[in-house]
Design a protein around this ligand. Structure first.
Ligand code: NAD
Length: 269
């Protein structure tokens, strides 16, 4: 089979550059396009040079239409507004769209689900095997432990991250809520400040730390009476998310339209 032709959007970003590098190092995939937004200094530069792998002959441009028309898939770790737009263009082109962007609103999610009626979309707040396995373990633990065990989710990321709690923290919160058969939105506590009163039984709390160059650390704490269980994951290299995205793209190639998760890709569903 021919290599899968992939477009990297957000090619000038931290994840975009990592994606370009990992695609060039992976079998069965080729970077055929690179896109970023108007006004970014990297427009016109070679995506391979930006990624530190040498010239690929793929310049970063701002126009997705001609590139999507000739590609098999899109790797997208950008910002919510851009991702929703790319989902619509990928749907028109009937090509796989791999979405790693976090901070999406319910409205964004609806538009992405609508696009998934026309093309396969794999969307996950975390593309690593470890975190997706962690989510399965969290769901099991939450199911096994009664609400006397308070669930708290702690995350830390680098100083430039713009959304909070992280997409991964929310994913872990949803896994815990599913295990407990409750709705996360009705039980999540995103911030505490001042005289908050005692903790409510059954709440799922989130705490966010930001600083330095931390790539992503998550802990789910089950705090009971006299014992605490802690399940954690530490990412030390963002290449792991890019490898997951490439795996997702190859999995989604020629798959029927639909909205899929990394758990589907990894067979953890
Ligand atoms: P970044 O700011 O370094 O990169 C984002 C890039 O998107 C920038 O180059 C920006 O110019 C570009 N962009 C913005 N608007 C655009 C548009 N309209 N068209 C094209 N490009 C546009 O951020 P990052 O650290 O690379 O993270 C990007 C996203 O990926 C964030 O939402 C982050 O939380 C998420 N992320 C997800 C995972 C995962 O496994 N799902 C892992 C790491 C990061």
């Amino acid at each position: 089979m021919d290599d899968m032709k992939l477009i990297v959007v957000g090619a000038a970003g931290r994840m975009g550059r990592t994606l370009t590098r990992i695609v060039t190092e992976s079998e069965g995939v080729t970077v055929t396009g690179a896109i970023d937004r108007d006004g970014v200094a990297e427009i016109g530069k070679d995506a391979g040079v930006l990624a530190g792998v040498g010239e690929l002959g793929v310049r970063v441009t701002t126009d997705p239409l001609p590139l999507f028309a000739k590609a098999d898939g899109v790797l997208d770790f950008t910002v919510p507004a851009a991702t929703v737009g790319f989902a619509e263009i990928a749907a028109q082109a009937r090509i796989a769209h791999i979405i790693g962007t976090t901070g999406l609103t319910a409205d964004d999610d609806q538009r992405i689900a609508a696009a998934a009626r026309h093309a396969p979309i794999v969307k996950s707040g975390n593309m690593s095997l470890g975190v997706n396995l962690l989510a399965v373990l969290v769901r099991q633990a939450a199911k096994a432990l009664d609400p006397d065990f308070d669930i708290e989710i702690l995350e830390m990321h680098h100083r430039d991250k713009v959304d909070a709690p992280s997409g991964t923290a929310l994913m872990l919160g949803r896994a815990a809520a599913t295990g407990r058969e409750i709705e996360l939105d009705k039980h999540s506590v995103r911030a505490r400040d001042g005289i908050t009163g005692a903790r409510k039984r059954g709440d799922i709390g989130f705490a966010t730390l930001r600083g330095g160059s931390v790539i992503g650390e998550h802990s789910v704490i089950f705090a009971g009476n006299g014992e605490t269980i802690e399940l954690s994951h530490r990412a030390t290299d963002r290449a792991l998310f890019a490898r997951g995205a490439v795996k997702a793209a190859l999995w989604a190639r020629d798959r029927k339209p639909g909205l899929y998760s990394m758990a589907d890709v990894l067979g953890l569903g």
